[in-house]
Design a protein around this ligand. Structure first.
Ligand SMILES: Cc1cc2nc3c(=O)[nH]c(=O)nc-3n(C[C@H](O)[C@H](O)[C@H](O)COP(=O)(O)OP(=O)(O)OC[C@H]3O[C@@H](n4cnc5c(N)ncnc54)[C@H](O)[C@@H]3O)c2cc1C
Length: 475
């Protein structure tokens, strides 16, 4: 989630940063050969495509649309009823939208091209709504918390200058060997080493959903609050002019038509050096997909990869990932002025970092009394009831801070878990991501998505574009 910084706008002194035609050894649908013996069941339908993409979030949807645009046949397999992954748009009874997932985009070529492809206009994100700024409150008690002490602008400038030393972070995980010390320090150690205490609030406003953030290897913080995000903070982000980012994925769904299988799960898979056969269970029966190439665009956790034919190397690497838990809501919070955002700050915690599980922020929407609530579960997988109860408890603490808050009503709920995938600093130093990247192309399988780059839609579209052009189209 990208949030506006407080009135302190960053003054960044920055230097400028910086087909082969598909060989189609089509299998052709051959339902009657060994499908039943391979997968233990007979599909009701079979399709052949150049590429099968699994996962219709930001990365997978972009891949599918671009593949079609570039003349490849494609099928997109998505577990949910709609595309978009972490993108969620709520519509009130009058049809007015509120984004309560992905909210704003970095300005890069891939983002503007993707929106332009669907004729969806973009606009600058408007932070004027929070003209009264932020109110910092410990939402466990309602106690008010002072703003960070020290010079925030200077500290942020120092942070960005450090970021500039690692330009390769904006392209993926091609880390040098040995991995620079700064990247494998914990966030806490990094703050102390570089005297960045005054920057912690700003950084953590943008870096949400990770869990115990002070213990995180610094490289994850740098991937999240990247140079691109710093530029967005300085010069603005974009969002859909209608303030409904879900429209992008609805348009993609319409364009893909029968080439998207929704509410679909992998029931079996067989990959080889000549292609992939994927049995997919859909509401209208099992479909056998035979594809020359496979793009996996889902979080590569073992529990998400059920029925995938993982080999030992894949299983060993994916098995190392841990993950955090992240939730969002739209809530009616009457009694809080629509011009303020409520930041949860710990009154007694290091750098006033809020305690998890708990709310990060209540952000006012363009509709009076409606707010988006962003909520971190930390390392805890919580039920919907637990999340909603804690958000309500947090909101009611605002009474102790002087707000005449009525009982909050939850209008929409989004579970974004598993959210961030991470491995320990020692694994990163030992070359975990080098080994992970060595999987690209094996058994005609390619990977994209946040775990392969960053939790940043525009950055992921750039990453995916490169993957298509440099690997998928040429291998
Ligand atoms: C609350 C929130 C706010 C954010 N705000 C911003 C923002 O403002 N700007 C920004 O740039 N980024 C933002 N991000 C980060 C960004 O949206 C994500 O990093 C991005 O959505 C990741 O895209 P992805 O394709 O890797 O994964 P996802 O979007 O998670 O997509 C993965 C898809 O795969 C599907 N799937 C999973 N398993 C399977 C399976 N086995 N079979 C089939 N399908 C499966 C899922 O249902 C999902 O649709 C935000 C993230 C969150 C959670």
């Amino acid at each position: 989630m990208f949030f506006p910084v407080d009135p302190t706008r960053l003054v960044l002194v920055v230097s400028i940063w910086l087909g082969l035609a598909f060989s189609l050894p089509s299998f052709g649908p051959n339902l009657d050969d060994d499908t039943e013996s391979t997968f233990g069941k007979e599909p009701s339908d079979a399709i052949t495509r150049d590429v099968c993409v699994i996962g219709g979030g930001a990365a997978g949807t972009y891949a599918a649309i671009r593949l079609r645009e570039l003349g490849r046949s494609v099928v997109l397999v998505e577990r949910e009823e709609q595309l978009g992954g972490h993108t969620r748009t709520y519509y009130d009874p009058e049809g007015r939208p509120i984004d309560y997932g992905v909210w704003v985009y970095q300005n890069n070529t891939e983002a503007s091209n993707f929106f332009a492809h669907f004729n969806i206009p973009l606009t600058g994100q408007d932070f004027s709504r929070i003209s009264e700024g932020s109110q910092r409150i410990d939402l466990r008690t309602g106690q008010r918390v002072p703003p960070p002490s020290g010079n925030v602008t200077d500290a942020m400038m120092r942070y960005v200058q450090i970021l500039l030393q690692y330009p390769y972070l904006s392209d993926g995980w091609d880390l040098p060997d040995p991995v620079p010390e700064d990247l494998v320090l914990s966030f806490r150690e990094f703050i102390e080493k570089h005297d960045l205490g005054a920057a912690v609030e700003t950084i953590t406003l943008y870096v949400q959903g990770l869990g115990d953030i002070l213990s995180y290897p610094m490289v994850y913080i740098m991937k999240y609050f990247s140079f691109g995000v710093a530029l967005g903070v300085q010069s603005g982000f974009s969002t859909s002019a209608s303030r409904a980012n879900g429209e992008l994925f609805q348009a993609a769904r319409n364009e893909l038509g029968d080439d998207v299988l929704l509410s679909a799960t992998v029931a079996g898979m067989e990959r080889s050096d000549s292609g992939a056969r994927i049995l997919v269970a859909t509401p209208s029966g099992d479909v056998l997909i035979e594809a020359d190439k496979l793009i996996i665009a889902i979080p590569p956790l073992l529990k998400q990869l059920e029925n995938f034919d993982l080999n030992d190397q894949e299983r060993e690497l994916f098995g190392q990932f841990g993950n955090s838990y992240y939730y969002t809501t739209v809530l009616n919070l009457s009694g809080v002025p629509n011009e303020v955002q409520i930041l949860n700050r710990g009154a007694d915690t290091p750098y006033n970092i809020p305690v998890m599980p708990g709310t990060y922020v209540f952000y006012p929407s363009q509709i009076q009394t409606l707010f988006t609530g962003f909520f971190g579960g930390g390392s805890q997988n919580m039920t919907e009831d637990e999340v909603i109860q804690t958000i309500k408890d947090n909101a009611l603490q605002l009474r102790n801070a002087g707000f005449d808050v009525a009982d909050p009503e939850i209008l929409a709920y989004g579970n974004h878990s598993p959210f961030n995938l991470f491995v320990p600093a020692e694994a990163i130093a030992r070359g975990f991501y080098r080994n992970l990247y060595s999987l690209q192309g094996n058994r005609r399988t390619y990977y994209t998505g946040a775990a392969w780059h960053a939790h940043d839609s525009a950055a992921l579209w750039k990453f995916t574009e490169r993957l298509l052009n440099e690997r998928v189209f040429v291998d």
